[in-house]
Design a protein around this ligand. Structure first.
Ligand code: TXA
Ligand code: MG
Length: 346
């Protein structure tokens, strides 16, 4: 399949280019588009056949539901029912933005989109390209992250081109994503809202609106075998580059000493390090993770993909807990590493 690549500048949106992409959505095709979190792979959320093509293009398991993207928070009423007062407060506080709310779904959403679940994840992106695309298509857009299933989510147009060129109708290249990790997901179907996936809207921000918010335990620890997660995506391998990832977590001195020791122990493997402490490693490719976990979140997926491009076989990821974005970074990093974590002390 020939994939049309359309460049759109978020700060100077060309309506003709948006219209061309919106026509593809209206015609039942697939369009990858930028959002403030990661790139999405979109199809009309009201067209089950179009949504089915998303699973095929990504190689996504058919029991993993898609998030439905809307142009304005008021549109939530069209797709969800039994919206509690707490859910409404969260919606008012965090939409538009990097936030997804799980609610009971209305029948208008086809089962293919929600993988047969009776709930739906709704998100209203703040990214101007995403918003213009949804508005111009005049329909909600179902979209998972635009990567091949299991790979790091795409945060730049070239990542999507790498994974999806030849598999989908159209890719909008809108530059790099601001947040860099996927949206915060809150399940608001029960009495007490539960955080299912951490992201740019932090626990502190959520609890300022909803102090009783709970955090699902699988946000930071792996699922047990045979356990059914609330968020089906939790049970699948995630964010994995071709290289092996090892998280080294702790203070500057302990982390750098440990990585130096491990590098020296086996010099035959091409190694990379995501650095946060500014240390210098001989015999390793280094990529800067950033000065804090907000920057780390923005850089992480691009770093994992760059190491694959450089044929790195083993990645040490420096990590330090302790700021409000740590939970979002940790959640991705631990999964990317298959929970291979060295705690070396603070
Ligand atoms: O930031 C984001 O959320 C990006 C952009 C494109 O919007 N999208 C994204 O989609 O990350 P995806 O499919 O890669 O991750 C969605 C996660 C999956 O783990 C899925 O299982 C979960 O959300 N999910 C979707 N609908 C759900 C539902 N009704 N109940 C529970 N979990 C749901
Ligand atoms: Mg994904």
């Amino acid at each position: 399949m020939e994939t049309k690549i359309i460049k759109i500048n978020e700060n100077k949106i060309d309506p003709d280019r948006i219209r061309a992409a919106a026509e593809v959505i209206k015609g039942g095709g697939l369009v990858a588009f930028p959002t403030e979190t990661v790139y999405g792979l979109g199809a009309s959320a009201l067209d089950g056949d179009a949504a089915a093509k998303i699973y095929a293009a990504k190689g996504r398991p058919s029991d993993n539901p898609l998030i439905v993207h809307i142009a304005a928070k008021e549109n939530i009423e069209k797709y969800a029912r039994n919206i509690s007062d707490t859910a409404r407060k969260l919606i008012d506080a965090f939409m538009p933005g990097p936030f997804t709310i799980i609610l009971e779904k209305k029948d208008i959403i086809p089962d293919t989109v929600t993988a047969g679940m009776n709930t739906v994840g709704l998100r209203c992106p703040i990214n101007a390209v995403a918003n213009a695309l949804i508005k111009t298509a005049a329909v909600a857009i179902a979209a998972p992250s635009a990567n091949i299933s299991g790979k790091p989510s795409p945060t730049e147009g070239r990542h999507v081109i790498h994974d999806m060129k030849g598999r989908i109708d159209c890719i909008i290249d809108g530059g790099s994503c601001e947040v860099g990790v996927e949206s915060t997901i809150v399940d608001a179907t029960g009495e007490i809202p539960v955080l299912l996936r951490p992201g740019g809207i932090t626990v502190g921000m959520l609890r300022s609106i909803c102090p009783e918010l709970e955090i699902d335990k699988n946000v930071s620890v792996p699922l047990n075998e045979n356990e059914h997660p609330k968020c089906p995506g939790m049970k699948y391998k995630h964010y994995s580059p071709d290289a092996e990832v090892i998280v080294v977590e702790g203070s500057k001195d302990n982390v750098t000493a440990k990585i130096k020791e491990l590098l020296a122990a086996d010099m035959s493997i091409t190694s990379g390090v995501i650095t946060i402490y500014g240390a210098n490693y001989d015999n390793a490719v280094m990529i800067d993770g950033g000065k804090d976990n907000r920057e780390y979140a923005k850089n992480l997926f691009a770093a994992l993909r760059s190491f694959d491009d450089l044929r790195v076989k083993r990645i040490f990821a420096e990590f330090h807990d302790g700021d409000e974005f740590a939970l979002a970074v940790k959640n991705r990093l631990y999964r990317a590493a298959g929970y291979n974590i060295l705690h070396v002390g603070n």
